[in-house]
Ligand binder design. Structure first.
Ligand code: ATP
Ligand code: MG
Length: 392
């Protein structure tokens, strides 16, 4: 008997006008993520159906579980919409499961089917009782709930619903730039932004030889982890050495981090313009370090007027770590490689920087031309979910 994967959409069901656009995005994302399987995907306004060789069903479901915009996934038996085929399907479905109590629910979307939903549920309940020993019906709290959807293209019989990721399909909200360090917070911020439908590019600032090739590979590995949710991600690598050394030589140590971060924001803005990206996303969290006090954020953010989304701004570190574990970035993030923020780290970074002071210090370095050079020499690496894993 044929088994197929049936997909129920998430939140998008409430968004009238955008509905088709959302469904098409899910469809495109599914096609991309399943491109190495011989699958057929059929979509309509309420459901999506995936046909694939039975032996790959579990693997394919595991991939679909990580696609945003999907509320739930079921593996269903598909039969023709006539009583005897449905009976065979129902008996097949209950064959290898064990339960003490059960209930059958029928949804008769195809009104040409001659038996009412209620009557048919009862009829199928009786059939199961006759064929499976030592069980009983419990309509309130059944251990096993069998659903029968009778549609004009066929009847779907299934029990377990697998929870999808929810959220909006990646891409429906437009594109943004994630500032990705090797830390715990920024990959989580990226995941949360993707969940709202933002397609990511990533930017990484490196300072060779003060930061190593291994540190860069760690960031690539994190991008690869994020590509589970967005099949292709562009990683823009900026050589930050010249700017960092200039800061180190010329700036009051208290203000080094403030100014370094102002430079990062300036460069990010340039990259956004160059690549057509609408928002900046980062892993700043209020109060976590000196550069993340409200005063610091304000002085740093002052260099640009692009919208900055900080998905983890109001989460506790432990809440961020929970998500990092769930999306499998945590173990990579805690690998001990230097970041350009951690080298040249001053002993006492200013907690309440003054904007006028920051401006007057940074005017000591010819940063416009340095930024120009850094952006011109930017290296862009496209990382796909099919990529081999990166060795660190
Ligand atoms: P994370 O855990 O993400 O590294 P953090 O708590 O260490 O964050 P900071 O080092 O102050 O905090 O960085 C704040 C944010 O700035 C990061 O979450 C990231 O978005 C961005 N950022 C920091 N360093 C880099 C870098 N080298 N390249 C790109 N973005 C960076
Ligand atoms: Mg960091």
């Amino acid at each position: 008997m044929e088994r197929i994967i049936l997909i129920k959409y998430g939140e998008l069901t409430t968004k009238g006008d955008n509905r088709n656009y959302f469904i098409n995005k899910i469809y495109d994302n599914m096609k991309l993520k399943l491109s190495h399987y011989d699958v057929r995907i059929v979509k309509n306004r309420v459901r999506m159906f995936v046909y694939v060789d039975d032996m790959y069903i579990d693997e394919v479901v595991d991939i679909i579980k990580n696609i945003f915009g999907i509320h739930s996934i079921v593996i269903a038996y598909k039969v023709n919409s006539n009583v005897s085929d449905i009976e065979t399907g129902v008996l097949d479905a209950v064959k290898n499961v064990s339960f003490k109590t059960f209930k059958v629910e029928t949804d008769r979307a195809d009104k040409s089917f001659p038996i009412s939903s209620m009557d048919f549920s009862r009829q199928m309940g009786a059939l199961i009782l006759k064929n499976v020993p030592n069980i009983s019906v419990d309509v309130h709290n059944p251990e096993y709930l069998l659903k029968i959807e009778i549609r004009d293209d066929g009847t779907y019989i299934y029990a377990k619903e697998i929870k999808g990721l929810g959220g909006y399909p990646v891409g429906v909200a437009g594109k943004g730039l994630l500032m990705l360090s090797g830390g715990i917070d920024s990959p989580v911020a990226g995941y949360m932004a993707m969940k709202r439908g933002i397609k990511l590019d990533c930017i990484y600032f490196e300072s060779p030889p003060h930061t190593s090739e291994a540190a860069k590979n760690k960031v690539k590995k994190l991008v690869k982890k994020l590509s589970v949710f967005q099949p292709n991600i562009d990683l823009h690598v900026i050589n930050f050495t010249e700017i960092q050394e200039a800061i180190y030589k010329n700036i009051n140590p208290e203000y080094m981090i403030t100014i370094m971060r102002r430079m990062m924001y300036r460069i990010a803005k340039r990259v956004m313009d160059k690549c057509g990206l609408l928002v900046l996303i980062n892993g700043e969290s209020v109060g976590q370090v000196a550069s993340q006090t409200l005063t610091s954020m304000r002085v740093i953010n002052e260099v640009t007027n692009v919208p900055v989304i900080r998905p983890v701004a109001c989460l506790d570190k432990l809440e961020i770590i929970d998500i990092a574990r769930k999306i499998d970035t945590y173990e990579t993030s805690i690998l001990p490689y230097e970041d350009c923020c951690t080298i040249f780290l001053p002993k006492h970074p200013v907690i309440n920087p003054k904007l006028e002071l920051a401006k007057s210090y940074e005017d000591n370095i010819p940063y416009e031309e340095m930024i120009e050079r850094a952006v011109t020499n930017m290296e862009t690496i496209n990382i796909s979910y099919l990529e081999e894993d990166f060795d660190i």
